[in-house]
Design a protein around this ligand. Structure first.
Ligand code: FE2
Length: 470
């Protein structure tokens, strides 16, 4: 019997060496991995007796009858039903789920926030914080969209983590989580392996996957897109062809890892927007071997190869889509995850920043680092902005003046990495976003000083526009 009161490193499969140490490259591949030799059955899924006394169990991420089923076969010390007892409801008041419309909040508007403060240990003491913040208690919902009960829509969150989860595990039955760190590294110890995640990387945690989250080197802050709908996938490339944008080989799925640890533990489940906790007697991270195509992964955003205008004009921002979660209506995403990173601007005779527009989709942006070209001031690392369904927006006055008067030489946009969660559904602000998060009350003023420049007498060809004159 193994009975340790403190966590120990998980037993990990031997995997690829070199740049893929601990991970297997590829997006949506059918992987196979085992942390003990011979643990994975070959040629079949359900042998009469599994090696090492393991139990076989399937984790289904799609309906059995999906055109391309996503599922993973796990060979584990105990079946998951042994990690599930009677549940009691618990309250995580800052983690909200759609439909959630607060009557005291106005979601109609252009909004921008400074970073939600992440306190160091000493600052937390000074502010008399009574509770360390874990992945669960530190999740702060900013917006919700759609309806979790019909599996459409999303939520956006800021996470603030100041403490590791200890003997406490979690899974979301509601959603797939896309994690975008902005400060500090996190370790996701999951049923299917270990992901270490740093700023400028993202992780995808599938619906139903059990894990705990630890800090690696101090407090951590970042963003989460909670996807209630169909899984994220790589966008159709069309005329762009087979290369550039996000290349499948740059996604990394962890090799199998398990812990055989018998210690009183809790498992928290998010289910239809409510949180439930059960007490178990062991770690549920006990999958010794697995094979399948339903698994967590991470991706280094600096490997994203942007494609853009090379002569004139400005493509839609969808040209920078990293991942898309379909909605069932072709070309209209439940969520697009879009990346604005370093790139060259070379277009001739062109207004180069993002143009002014109104959009039926709603756009939530976050700044990972640096300066965003349409908003040189005010949109800072760790900050967020929301331009909701059919709300006009665009460059502020300074960005407009600079872009319309600049000498259009090739210009490198450097020191910049922002992203967008764009959804076909309107996003509703939470009370936290409206009243507690550092909302910039003066954001709307960034367009106030845009001037009327119209002069009907100025003809583009230099002639006189007065009626009757040439
Ligand atoms: Fe926009």
């Amino acid at each position: 019997m193994t009975d340790q009161s403190t966590p120990r490193p998980m037993v990990q499969a031997q995997g690829p060496t070199g740049p893929h140490q601990g991970y297997m490259p590829g997006f949506g591949n059918d992987f196979e991995t085992e942390a003990l030799p011979g643990a994975l059955p070959q040629g079949m899924n359900s042998p009469q007796k599994c090696a090492y006394g393991l139990y076989g169990e399937q984790l289904s991420g799609t309906a059995f009858t999906a055109t391309r089923p996503e599922r993973t076969w796990c060979y584990r010390i105990r079946p998951s039903v042994k990690h599930s007892r009677r549940y009691e409801k618990i309250d995580l008041p800052y983690w909200k789920t759609a439909p959630h419309i607060d009557p005291d909040v106005i979601s109609l508007g252009q909004y921008r926030w400074d970073p939600v403060p992440l306190r160091s240990s000493s600052e937390a003491v000074a502010h008399q914080d009574t509770e360390a913040l874990t992945w669960l208690t530190g999740m702060r919902t900013m917006t919700t969209a759609g309806d979790v009960n019909t599996q459409v829509g999303m939520a956006s969150h800021v996470y603030l983590v100041t403490a590791s989860m200890v003997d406490d595990y979690f899974y979301s039955a509601d959603s797939e989580l896309l994690v975008v760190p902005q400060q500090g590294r996190l370790r996701f110890l999951t049923e299917l392996g270990v992901i270490d995640l740093a700023p400028q990387e993202i992780a995808i945690l599938p619906r139903g996957l059990v894990y705990r989250v630890e800090l690696i080197d101090g407090p951590a802050r970042g963003f989460v897109c909670e996807n209630y709908g169909q899984k994220f996938e790589l966008p159709g490339r069309g005329p762009i062809g087979a290369n550039c944008m996000a290349n499948p080989r740059d996604f990394k799925t962890p090799v199998a890892a398990f812990e055989d640890r018998e210690v009183p533990s809790t498992l928290t489940v998010k289910w239809c927007g409510q949180f439930h906790r059960t007490e178990i007697a062991q770690s549920p991270l006990d999958v010794v071997a697995w094979h399948g195509n339903y698994a967590p992964c991470k991706y280094d955003l600096t490997t994203y190869c942007p494609v853009g205008a090379i002569l004139f004009d400005h493509p839609d921002p969808s040209i920078f889509t990293v991942l898309t979660a379909p909605s069932g209506q072709p070309g209209t995403a439940n969520i697009d995850f879009v990346l604005f990173r370093e790139r060259w601007l070379v277009a001739e005779n062109t207004f180069r920043p993002p143009w002014y527009h109104k959009n039926v989709m709603s756009e939530l942006m976050g700044n990972i680092y640096g300066q965003y070209d349409a908003k040189p001031q005010g949109f800072v690392p760790g900050g967020l902005s929301l331009h909701n369904m059919m709300l006009p927006h665009g460059p502020d006055r300074d960005a407009f003046e600079k872009a319309t008067n600049a000498e259009l030489k090739p210009h490198k946009l450097d020191n910049t990495m922002s992203f967008m969660f764009e959804t076909r559904f309107p996003q509703h602000l939470t009370a936290f976003a409206a009243h507690e998060a550092p909302l910039q009350d003066d954001y709307i003023d960034c367009w106030t000083s845009l001037e009327k420049k119209f002069d009907g007498s100025l003809r583009p060809d230099g002639g006189d526009a007065t009626p009757g004159k040439k």
